[in-house]
Design a protein around this ligand. Structure first.
Ligand code: NAD
Ligand code: MG
Length: 388
């Protein structure tokens, strides 16, 4: 049976992994819409290859190039943020949400509001608008399938179990490429060093987030919303091999874990085929070859980001959205060579400290307003060099 699929963020790392699986199962899927921020030539090539009905660039200035590249293919082209939201609102069997950042929030909300089934990789959307998004999911009867490898692992471990029987959910973290670096060395880490992840190949932003451990902080908030067991039952452990993707302990002290290769095609396949299974091109897990699985507690002195995320979700209100927005600005500034690695977390902390203690944003517009003002605050801290 052919199912229809829209892929938001088709030109990214998760987009490429998703399309690789679709390419191997062409009869199973009919692509409706593919989107990108710009990358018009790349997006058009994908749209033509997969016979998409619609291609959308959220940066409207890239629309003429997209139209040119689509030529006489007959594929509809659109541009701008409203067009992106309209694309996400079209009825399809599955939406893969793979835009990076809070920029993905409005289209994800559109897919939720039409009661769709959404494979959610775009963690920043859930961090910024967790309560509102989860309320919309239940109000509109949408289905959220966690695609982030840790949350997909937890989702699989919880299957057939009652949430009330959960004693603890433990997110595993590789610790990133700078895990063993001293505080002094971290200070001078370059963008190239920070994005060189030992186990996973990912987009630049999440690679930096993995190096600072903010990725795990965002994932902690993501888990809080997806699996409502309470913060006291959520933990993090460093597991450098990235073989165990996360685990759930139950009241009887039985722990279920999901293991697999560190390739996002595995959790993406789990979402695409849910509630069934499909083949992936990954080799079988060879535990004897891996040899050792090791575990360490996180070091929040060298990597304060998980502490900041925990404090933000405890504070509630608009704090998680502010944390996320400030982090997006800080990571972009680090990648552009404007700030040092260790200033990323410092900028996030300072932005949180200087933002008003606003109540929880109740609508999409309110979340986007909080996001915008936190970005302005973070940028002005960058410009005034207040954190040197
Ligand atoms: P990426 O940078 O490789 O790709 C991002 C995609 O979003 C691209 O298609 C890009 O054109 C689009 N995009 C970027 N800015 C946009 C904007 N302002 N408006 C609309 N579209 C925009 O990112 P990625 O690594 O594929 O990550 C995507 C999401 O999945 C992130 O939220 C990330 O945290 C999450 N995730 C990624 C991985 C991974 O292995 N890459 C694993 C788990 C979760
Ligand atoms: Mg993850």
């Amino acid at each position: 049976m052919t199912r229809t699929l829209t892929l938001l963020g088709a030109t990214g790392s998760i987009g490429a992994s998703t399309l690789d699986l679709v390419r191997r199962n062409r009869d199973a899927w009919q692509i409706d819409a593919l989107t990108a921020h710009c990358s018009a030539a790349e997006l058009a090539a994908l749209a033509i290859e997969f016979g998409a009905k619609l291609a959308v660039v959220s940066d409207e200035s890239c629309l003429p190039e997209l139209r040119d590249a689509l030529g006489s293919s007959g594929i509809e082209a659109a541009g701008g943020r409203a067009a992106l939201v309209e694309a996400a609102a079209r009825p399809v069997d599955m939406t893969v949400a793979a835009i990076v950042g809070c920029a993905g929030l409005a289209p994800v909300m559109a897919a939720i509001e039409r009661g769709g089934t959404i494979a959610l990789a775009n963690k920043e959307a859930l961090v910024s608008a967790g309560e509102m998004m989860m309320e919309a999911v239940s109000k509109h009867g949408a289905t959220l399938l966690p695609t982030d490898s840790e949350h997909n692992a937890i989702f699989q471990c919880l299957s057939g179990n009652r949430m009330s029987d959960v004693a603890k959910i433990t997110l595993t973290a590789s610790g990133g490429p700078l895990r063993t670096w001293s505080a002094e060395r971290l200070h001078a880490a370059t963008p190239a060093e920070a994005v060189a992840h030992p186990n996973w190949s990912m987009g630049a932003k999440i690679s930096v987030d993995s190096a600072t451990m903010m990725n795990k902080g965002l994932e902690y908030i993501e888990a809080y919303h997806l699996f409502p067991v309470g913060l006291e039952k959520l933990g993090i452990v460093i597991h450098p091999q990235s073989v165990i993707h996360s685990m759930v302990e139950f009241r009887d002290r039985s722990t279920l874990a999901q293991l697999g290769p560190s390739d996002m095609r595995v959790p993406i396949a789990s979402c695409l085929a849910w509630p069934r299974r499909m083949d992936t091109p990954m080799p079988a897990l060879d535990l004897a070859a891996i040899g050792e699985l090791t575990f360490f507690p996180p070091d929040e002195t060298r990597f304060p980001a998980t502490r900041l995320a925990r404090e933000a979700i405890r504070a509630g209100g608009s704090a998680p959205a502010i944390l996320n927005a400030a982090n997006e600005i800080a990571v972009a500034a680090f990648l552009a060579g404007q700030i040092r690695f260790t200033r990323i977390a410092a900028l996030v902390e300072e932005t949180l400290a200087r933002s008003n203690d606003a109540p929880r944003p109740a609508s999409l517009d309110e979340v986007l307003a909080v996001d915008q003002s936190a970005r302005l605050q973070a940028r002005s801290l960058l410009e005034t060099n207040a954190l040197v």
